[in-house]
Every structure is written in C-alpha cells, then in structure tokens.
Design a protein around this ligand. Sequence first.
Ligand code: HEC
Ligand code: HEC
Ligand code: HEC
Length: 421
Amino acid sequence: MRQSIRPGAPLMNSRQWAEENNMSKLIPILAVMFSASAFANTAEGEYIARIADCVACHTQKNGDEMAGGKRFQTPLGDIFSTNITPDRQQGIGAYSYEEFDRAVRQGIARDGHYLYPAMPYPSYEKMKEEDIRSLYDYFMHGVKPSAQKNQASEIPWYFSPRWPLRIWNGLFTETAAGTAVAQDPQQNRIMRGKYIVEGPGHCGACHTPRGIAQQEKAYDSADPVYLSGAMIDGWFAPSLRDLTLADDELQALLHRGRSRHSAVAGPMSEVITQSTQYLTEADRRSVSAYLLSLNSDKAHGDRVVSSERAKTKNASGNALYFRYCSTCHAIDGKGTDYNVPSLVNNAAVNAEDPANLIKVIAWGAETPVTKGNIPYKMPAYQGEISDEQLRDVVNYVRGAWGNHVEPISEQKIKDVLENKH
Ligand code: HEC
Ligand code: HEC
Ligand code: HEC
C-alpha cells in the first residue's frame, strides 16, 4: 500500500525538511491558499482520520490517496473500497454533512445503498458527533480531490442486492455507547482509551473473532470475546486482553513500532505506520491504560500451554537457532534492547496459532516505518532452509527459555505458507 502521507526521510528534522523543500518560499503561497481558520479545522479532522485509519483502506497501491480501489475479500466475492476524496463525480464531494455521517456511522451511502461491513461502521458508530464534524471538514477541505474511478464489486449478481445488509445491521450492530465522565483521572484516561480503541481505532476489526456472518462477535469490552484474538488474512492478531507488555513497552510499540523488548510484523505494522504513531502522548497513554485494564489474571501466569513434548530435546532446532538466529536474537533469546525483539514470552512465539512465527521466519520481517526510526530487518529463510528445518527451529524457540507451547508439524508449515499474504 502507498504510504505517501507518512513523514519523509526519517532522520531529517523539521527545519532541515523545510530547507530541503524550500519552505521559506512556499509559506507565503500557502498562506494565500488556506485561511488560518481552514487550517485549524482540518488539522483536528486530519487527526481523527489518522486514528480512524481511513487511508489504510481507501488507498490502493500506487493509487491516489483516499481514492479507493483497494480489494477486500468477502465470503461472497471481492469488493473494492471507494473514492472518498472531495471530487464531485468520482468521490464524495457531493455528500452533505448528514449524508457523510450516515455513511460513516451507519454504513448507508448517499444513494441509500447499504455498505458492506468491510467498512468498519459498526465501530465508527461509537464516534462522537464533534469528531464526525471535524472529519467532514477535513475530507471536504483538507483532502486532495482525485478523479480516480470506482471499481465494481466482483460479487456474483445473485448475491449482489444489498438488502440483506439491512438485516445484518439489525442483527449485529449496536447503538452508540453513552459517554460518562468520571472524577478519577485514571478512570478518565481509561474511558478515553476505550473510546479510541472501540470507536475510531476499530482495533476489534482484526483482534475480535468473527462469527458465521463475518460480524465481529462483540464491539464492547463488557463481552469477554471482544479483542480476544483472531485470524486475519492468514495472520494471528493476538488477544489484547492478556498482554504481557508493560505500560511503557506498549506505548513505545504503538508510537515507534518497536520497544525495548518487542516489535510487530504483518498487518499490525501498517496500523502503526499509518495510524497509531500519530496518537498524541496523552491518547497513547489512554489507549495503553484501557488495554491494560482489560488484563485478565491469565497474563501473569499460564498463558502458554504447558507440554511435556515441547521440553524434549530438539538437537536439530537447537543447531539451526545457533547458526541462523542467535547472532541477532542472542543465545538467551533476549535479542538486543530497542533493536531486535526478545523471543522470550513473545506473543508471536507463544501464540497458540504459530502462523506469524512461521511467516516471519520464512518471509523475513521489518520493524514498522515510523517518524525518526530507521526500520530494522530480519532476513527471509524460505529457500535457505527446508520446511522440516523450519519446523525444528520453530519448535525450538517455542520450547526454549521458559517458552513452552505445543510443538507443530511440518504440515502446519506448509499450510501456513500457502497463504501468500
Ligand atoms: C477496514 C477498511 C476501511 C476503513 C478503515 C475505512 N473504510 Fe470507508 N469503506 C471501506 C469499503 C470496503 C467501502 C466500500 C463498501 C461498499 O462498497 O459497500 C467503504 C465505503 C466508504 C464510504 C462510502 C463512499 C461511497 O462510495 O459513497 C465512505 C463515505 C467511507 N467509506 C468513508 C470512510 C471514512 C471517513 C473512513 C475513516 C473514518 C473510512 N471510510 C475508513 C473500507 C474502509
Ligand atoms: C489490520 C488488522 C489489525 C488492526 C486493525 C489492529 N491490529 Fe494489532 N495486531 C494485528 C496483528 C496481525 C498482530 C500480530 C503482529 C505480530 O505477531 O508481530 C497485532 C499485534 C498487536 C499488538 C502486539 C501484541 C503483543 O503482545 O506483542 C498490539 C499491542 C496491538 N496489536 C494493538 C492494536 C491496537 C491498539 C489496535 C487499534 C488501534 C490494533 N492493534 C489494530 C492486527 C491488527
Ligand atoms: C539480522 C538479524 C536477525 C536474524 C539473523 C534473525 N532475526 Fe528475527 N528479527 C530481527 C528483527 C530486527 C526483527 C523485528 C522485525 C519485526 O518488526 O518483526 C525480528 C523479528 C523476529 C520475530 C517476530 C517478533 C514479533 O514479536 O513479531 C521472530 C519470531 C523472530 N524474529 C525469530 C527469528 C528466528 C527464529 C530467527 C532464525 C531463524 C531469526 N529471527 C533471525 C532480526 C533478526
């Protein structure tokens, strides 16, 4: 996916950037183009668009920003996100505020058709009206219009009538949660975090399991299934209810894509690059406070399945680890602070479903791109080692240094790597 509104060269400070881009000459021109008040309004909306990550889904690789065209697989067939730039013909330039609000919070387009829930309106439904207003100002005045055409969905005609979606909505979406204000500052922080995660942040879209109709099984932390972990495009988005990350580690991860002991790979990288790195410090603290408030006792003890078999000797895996991994992840599995993640008590290593662990070793990984941080790379081993060896090294790290998860079979490796995401 194109990431053109992410910051430029990571190590340049803003003054260097301004010089490089000849800002001194540009400023007077910009001042004429935007009145100061238009600037102020769209900045708020731009922030909301960031935390709601509209760009991630509404921008196609090499396409114009927010001009849609990204493909989504649904059980019925593929659909495409649409052009939401202010272009009047191809985009949403003709949307009134009320129509925009109805699309974002209720999933109903301007012409009255129901949107597929690939658009996360069941979460956006919880967003405050003032935030929707700021978003609208930003989309109408802060986003560059694009005449990129929308693509028709590939859903077979007999499924195409969108009326079943109305029934879907009646069954599965909830009404907006009330917003109460507490006296205790920590409580307020948790409530703000809850708002971001459950509303604009739509974290449940990946971290909450889905039911038979593809609906997320819950949209609110009152239900223990909410954020309890789910497969998404062949990756496992782990439970956020029993994180073993400390508060500062979690905040650093959301901000910089890596922290002292951890890093992420796969679809979460993009979430950090496009969205969470922009959270203000206060909002980052709130998200962390909320997520850690969900922690069950599980997090502090037996999150991993103990197994006798995992503890049996694995000479091949041990040798492979020393040959291929220990230079970076260290002999004790603890990596290097801030650079190479620790594999001890690591969510990807200890997940019941080893998909992420297998993919990262086979295809390599890179820490998410964030402002001011050079990404660190891990090499890809597919082709270098056989599936059998891959199994051995996977089982080694899943059984070493106090990790003790069920070993996996070679067939599991083959199954996971078939899914090319
Ligand atoms: C997880 C992916 C995803 C995210 C995030 C997302 N959208 Fe969408 N959106 C879609 C898809 C897919 C469609 C097309 C659905 C359809 O055709 O039924 C869509 C459709 C829309 C439409 C209807 C446009 C039309 O063609 O009339 C609007 C408006 C819209 N999105 C606005 C937004 C805004 C604003 C945000 C951020 C607050 C956002 N979307 C975030 C996936 C997403
Ligand atoms: C597009 C899907 C997707 C969305 C949306 C998403 N996540 Fe994730 N998340 C993942 C995946 C996949 C992983 C596993 C990454 C790995 O194994 O390296 C992950 C991992 C994480 C982790 C690391 C857990 C650990 O113990 O190491 C945290 C924390 C997290 N996500 C928080 C969030 C928050 C907060 C949001 C909402 C702002 C969010 N995620 C939205 C897919 C997603
Ligand atoms: C050249 C240094 C290097 C080597 C060699 C290396 N890694 Fe990595 N590894 C990294 C870096 C850097 C990351 C962080 C990338 C990211 O964001 O996931 C990483 C990430 C990982 C992760 C994902 C952690 C997470 O939380 O998402 C796992 C698992 C892993 N490595 C295991 C291994 C294994 C097993 C080997 C040997 C087969 C290996 N690595 C070899 C540098 C290395």
